[in-house]
Design a protein around this ligand. Sequence first.
Ligand code: SF4
Ligand code: SF4
Ligand code: SF4
Length: 300
Amino acid sequence: MGINRRSFLKVLGGGVVGGGLVGVASGSIVTPGKFKAEATVPPKEFLGILVDTAKCVGCRSCEAACAEANHLPVPDIADDSVFQKERQPTVTQLMVINRYQTDQGEVFVKRQCMHCNQPGCVAACLVKAMEKRKEGPVTWEKNCMGCRYCMPSCPFDIPKFEYHSANPKIMKCTMCWDKLEKGEKPACVENCPENALIFGPRKQLIEEANRRIYQKPGEYITHIYGEHEVGGTGYLYISKVPFEKIGFRTDLGTIAYPEYSKGFLYSVPIVLLLWPAFLIGINTLTKREEDARRKGGEKR
Ligand code: SF4
Ligand code: SF4
Ligand code: SF4
């Protein structure tokens, strides 16, 4: 006998309401303060990457280096046709360069995970498969249970799921975490011939960005994208044209995404206890639906 997704949510909804009352009455609950501290307070200094879009020439060497470093298919970087449409990172390409025509000429923009200071993807993942390293990078680990809650929790639409793999992973830029652990720089930074990418402590990158902006008035707009957006990001950008003209979302605000869910996740402690069961249930149902679809057992 099967159970569909709606029934599952109804059953779970009843459990949350009933369980919440029991949990509050008994007082035997994980303290919200502990979770708040772990989930929202960043260490003093993160590593990051400053992208100077005024220096980028769109050579796509970074794309090739990224693919090689991550053992993914290396794109043909001589193929200019990719610039005909705006691209997003995919499961086989963790970063892309897009080209924008602006009133100040062509501008090339690197796109990948932003390594948020307080990442929505990490807050949504209670099995801690997504992790904000104390050094700054946001990485993915193999204990992922495939719930894919990280995907809609990302303000930049970055995590991608390998739907067609027998052992699917969430694919996204890790800031070359395995290289950083060996004391090396990220592959894209190492292979940029124009020094358009600078790797280092985020605080110093912001100082460098400000130095460029104020030493060359007129060459840059006075905005460092990522300094404050969604609570700050590890990737930072400077530009000669307003960011909304080169594909950036400028409507995200400065509040970190996990802050929005705090009232729900942290003030109703029983939810924390039931959340893994909820995710496992969703995951099982989703897998079952996908299996049925694959076997042609479901008609749309
Ligand atoms: S950009 Fe998205 S995937 Fe990357 S750290 Fe932020 S929330 Fe996570
Ligand atoms: S930091 Fe590493 S994984 Fe991220 S875009 Fe650069 S090369 Fe790719
Ligand atoms: S390698 Fe450097 S200059 Fe070339 S596309 Fe990438 S960021 Fe731009």
